[in-house]
Ligand binder design. Sequence first.
Ligand code: ADP
Ligand code: MG
Length: 730
Amino acid sequence: MATLRFFALKELLKREPKYIDNPGKLTSDYFGKNVFDKSKMKKYLSKEAYDHVMSAMIKGARIDRRMADQIALGMKAWAIENGATHYTHWFHPLTDSTAEKHDAFINTDTAGGVVEGFSGKLLIQQEPDASSLPSGGIRNTFEARGYTAWDVSSPAFIVGTTLCLPTIFISYTGEALDYKMPLLKSLNSLDKAAVDVCRYFDRNVSKVSVNLGWEQEYFLVDEALFMARPDLMLTERTLMGHSSSKDQQLDDHYFSAIPERVIAYMEEFEREAYYLGIPVKTRHNEVAPNQFEVAPIFEEANLANDHNQLIMDVMKRIARKHDFRVLFHEKPFKGINGSGKHNNWSLSTDTGVNLFSPGKNPRTNMQFITFLVNVLKAVYKHQDILLASILTAGNCHRLGANEAPPSIISAFLGRELNKVLDELEETVPDKGMTPDEKRSIKLNIGKIPEILLDNTDRNRTSPFAFTGNRFEYRAVGSSANCASAVIVLNTIFAEQLKEFKSEVDLLINGGVKKDEAILQILKQYISETKNIRFDGDGYSSEWVKLAQERGLLNVSSVPKALNAYLTPKAVKTFDKTGVFNSKELEARVEVELEKFTKKIQIESRVLGDIAINHIVPTGVRYMNTLIANVQGLKDIFGDEDVYRNLSSDRLDLIKKTSGYIQNIKNSVHDMIEARKVANKEEDIYLKAELYDSTVRPYLGDIRYFIDKLELIVDNEEWPLPKYRELLFAR
Ligand code: ADP
Ligand code: MG
């Protein structure tokens, strides 16, 4: 009988919060203790080696072998002093998590013993036997080897007894096989393009960096219940489960007091994060029961992304200690909120200016408006690849459901900023400005800071919202590697800024004054991008209609969305900015299509198994009880009226139960047939399409009947933890 579920519930009654000991220290005393940061480099490296690392970090200068040996020596000394016995190149392959292969710090010596060793060669490059990691065919075509190479811009860190070196992962022929390499390229490209535009306003700018602040949402489920749900175990989402009578209707979870067991968990993983130099700052309950959020202070994007990947690992590991499982899936539970990962994205200069922050005078405000309007232009032009960068098998359940923006890209600016843009559009003349016009436009632009200070309207329904000093890309999925979205944002913005610069320069070369040239191009952009600006309710059905009238894209099919990477427009954009060549794009799309297909395939198999092995037998057993009951009534009452009265509702139930069982069995059968057809398809795109259009719908159909059955079968017989237990037990 349903033992595992009840065993799990019994386990749950014994749970206590597991608080960690108070370290008796300020966070600042141990923050970054496990990171080989600047202060440790100063201590463990020679001045020459230190200067080399700094210039590699800041200017991208190369580190030669001799220097690398020196750095490796210092790093090893620090790592060993801090308990490390192994080292690994830590990288972001195109899977859902990071990869590592540990090697011990040992070399054999002549006396037959071992000595601790680590060299510049090992620091800089490694050849992991990574032939099983996804490559989209790149490595099969020519050379099976893949290399990892040290990313000097993100510091090494120690986890447990392993020194981890953030690295890029590339093929023998130099193509990116990971998220980090294109992220670095996109940051570089945007840096150059943005510096060029900044110099219209300030000649002193020589570097523009991208900042990223992620907000990570997640669910916690008790480990015992998790183990009793094969669907959670194998797919990270529930493939069935009738909604709980109470879930998030009362809005009583959001920002409410965090449950004790959860607080204890948060404290422990946050402490680990601090040791690793991750500046986590915010924690709170989210909207759905058992849903939470963690957010750090924003950092440079490459570092921030490493930190996001790292903290996801830490959170998974520490959850086990607290008898929890953490779910990063975008939609673990039907009918309640899913999880996202807002990407707060901004640009800042080496002169200390945030380019998305209104300034103190008309000049800096002109710069602000310039960057803002160029973002609109880039986002409008490249809605399709922005969608492609975030749509996955998991995230497509969340987008368009009632708690998340639909798969339509629009930008929220807020009333005041919209007014500023509208005014600019109206007041800037098409050609030649009078001194009066110049003065009044300057005056208007000068007013932005005071306006924005009280501009507190926040729109939570926009997928891409301006929030005062940054853009917040909210459509990103909670399990995603932020790089996927940030690479696209950086790339399209870099391309756009280059285009802007050449358009403005053309006017200037034709004799138009610089300020006027900028204003004229901005005015043109403002008119062209009106359709992407939307401040209303992004979750409403009216918006879906309006967006269609505006000609905005609405794509929720993953395979269709991924096609956007391969259009001539996208290929040109990625090529011009040097972020991806067409071979890399094709490979990436292939990897994503395969990931999508495999995920649906796994979900479909798991659901089929549970339906046939758990649910159908449970339904049949329950039906047998009912039949026995009817038989008993008949034995007692014979054919009397009283028998007919008593048995009629039992007979109804028998018919219903049997109907659901039949429907489940038929649908599972049909789903398997659909899978067989899809599996025969050799074209990877068509196969993904088939999985999307012919297999995926069965997941909903089968679930529908199972959930109906759950409502009538004896609770004692039901084998799987129910939604109320998964969501409220803690
Ligand atoms: P919310 O969006 O939920 O109101 P916060 O205001 O706390 O949350 O900010 C969310 C994230 O945005 C944090 O990670 C924060 O560090 C980050 N953030 C704040 N300012 C910037 C900025 N200028 N650039 C990038 N990220 C930023
Ligand atoms: Mg936010």
